[in-house]
Structures are given as C-alpha cells and as structure tokens.
Design a protein around this ligand. Structure first.
Ligand SMILES: CC(C)(COP(=O)(O)OP(=O)(O)OC[C@H]1O[C@@H](n2cnc3c(N)ncnc32)[C@H](O)[C@@H]1OP(=O)(O)O)[C@@H](O)C(=O)NCCC(=O)NCCS
Length: 215
C-alpha cells in the first residue's frame, strides 16, 4: 500500500531524508545539476508556507517519493509554481510519480496557482513523458527541457476532491504507522520466546534410539 499525503512541516525531515537517499544519477536529474547534501538541506529549509510538499509513503512507513511545488508571483500578481519531483530508485515505474503530480496539480488549482512549470535535463525522458502526459508543452531552452501546465480555474468539486485526498492520504499514512507499530509489538512479544528456544539445551540423544532407527 502507498499513501500519498501533503506533508506537514514536521514531516519535512522525511522529505529531506528522501532526497539525501536518492542515488547520484537521480539527484542529478532531480536538481538538473550535481548538488551536495548541504545544498539539499538548504532547499528544504527555504520552503515557505506558500509552497507545498507531497509525499508517497510505502510500508515502514518510508517516504519513497515526493513532489514539491514552489510558488512565486509574476509582476502582474499572477501566482505560478514550479514542480520538482523524485521517486526513489527502487520504487519507480509503479505509478508513484503520476499520483504525486496529480495531487500537486489539484493543490495548485485550489490554491490559485495559474500555471505549473517543469524543467529537466534534455536526456530525462521519464520526466518529459510524465510532464507531457499531464498536459505540459515542452521546449528546449539552453540545455534544458522546459514547459508549463496551464491550470483550469478551480471549482467546488476540486475543493471536495482535495478534502477527500487529504483525508484518504492521512488515513492510509496512519494505517502504515499502525502496521509498523503492530509488527514491532509482535516482534517484542515473541522475542523472549525465541530467545528461550534458542537458549534451550540441546538434548543428548542416542541416534540409534530415535524413532527412525527403531523397528
Ligand atoms: C521522473 C520520475 C519522477 C518518474 O517517477 P515514476 O514513479 O517512476 O513514474 P510513474 O511510474 O508514475 O510513470 C508515470 C509516467 O512517467 C513516464 N515514465 C516513467 N518511467 C519511464 C521510463 N523508464 N521511460 C519512459 N517514460 C517513463 C511515463 O510517461 C509514465 O506513464 P506510463 O506508465 O503510462 O507510460 C522518476 O523517474 C524519478 O524520480 N527520476 C529522478 C528524478 C527526476 O528526474 N526528477 C524530474 C526532474 S524534477
């Protein structure tokens, strides 16, 4: 089970850890340049309340994917955003990136973000395909593939969908936490039995006296 939820500020630590856990190639693709751990930490520190981070939790719970929307204001006062998305190398190709981008787009609509920009290195076919599949028109610009998704004005159903998505995400996340707590409790409950069984003296038997040898 995967739980997609909007992260609270307290959960940004999970987002940071997720980014730090990306392998070298994924880190390069995510930030379109080689970045050190400190730069990633600064990226997370600089997120404001106008930005949003969505996470995808796998059992553990472990954050295996994240999408961040950083918003900015144009000179004419229009609010727009830029998305950065990453899925851990061992969780790719399972629809997590798609779930995250759809959740981010819904948030943009309900938060008056008129366009969502995306940028990646030109060889990043995975991201290019993902962006195109949600309506981005991409073009080459100074070594990057850039594009934007124009968002329809939000209506009541978007707000209702967001409430459902938030509650659903929270419930699934809680379930993953409960599962983890339960398996820890079971492990602890059975640990003494296992320990006792392991430390039981092995009975000395006469091989010829075992049932297999008896006629
Ligand atoms: C780009 C990325 C987020 C996709 O995540 P994902 O969870 O593997 O993607 P999904 O399984 O949801 O696939 C969604 C779509 O992405 C595209 N895609 C995903 N993997 C692909 C691949 N190996 N080759 C081509 N297209 C691919 C497809 O359009 C796919 O839709 P489809 O399955 O209907 O064909 C992931 O590869 C990643 O984290 N890359 C490293 C970081 C990065 O490049 N970030 C982008 C810059 S911000």
């Amino acid at each position: 089970m995967y739980a997609v939820a909007k992260l609270t500020r307290a959960e940004y630590a999970d987002y940071l850890q997720h980014l730090l856990d990306l392998d070298k190639e994924a880190r390069y693709r995510r930030f379109a340049t080689f970045v050190r751990d400190e730069v990633i930490a600064e990226h997370v520190r600089q997120l404001t309340n106008d930005d949003a981070v969505f996470g995808c939790y796998a059992p553990g719970p472990r954050l295996v994917g994240a999408a961040v929307v950083k918003t900015f204001e144009r000179q004419d006062g229009t609010r727009e955003g830029e998305i950065g998305i990453s899925v851990h190398q061992d969780a790719r190709g399972k629809g997590i990136g798609r779930k995250l981008i759809h959740r981010a787009l819904l948030w943009c609509r309900t938060h008056d973000v008129k366009a969502l920009h995306t940028a990646c290195i030109t060889s990043n076919q995975e991201m290019a395909n993902l962006a195109k599949s949600v309506g981005a028109k991409l073009h080459y610009s100074e070594g990057f593939l850039e594009g934007a998704i124009t968002l329809d004005p939000c209506d009541l159903s978007d707000h209702m969908l967001e409430v459902v998505a938030d509650n659903h995400g929270m419930a699934e996340h809680n379930m993953l936490q409960a599962q983890a707590a339960l398996s820890k409790m079971l492990e602890m409950a059975f640990a003494p039995t296992r320990f006792m069984m392991m430390s039981l003296p092995v009975a000395e038997t006469d091989a010829e006296d075992t049932p297999a040898f008896r006629r």
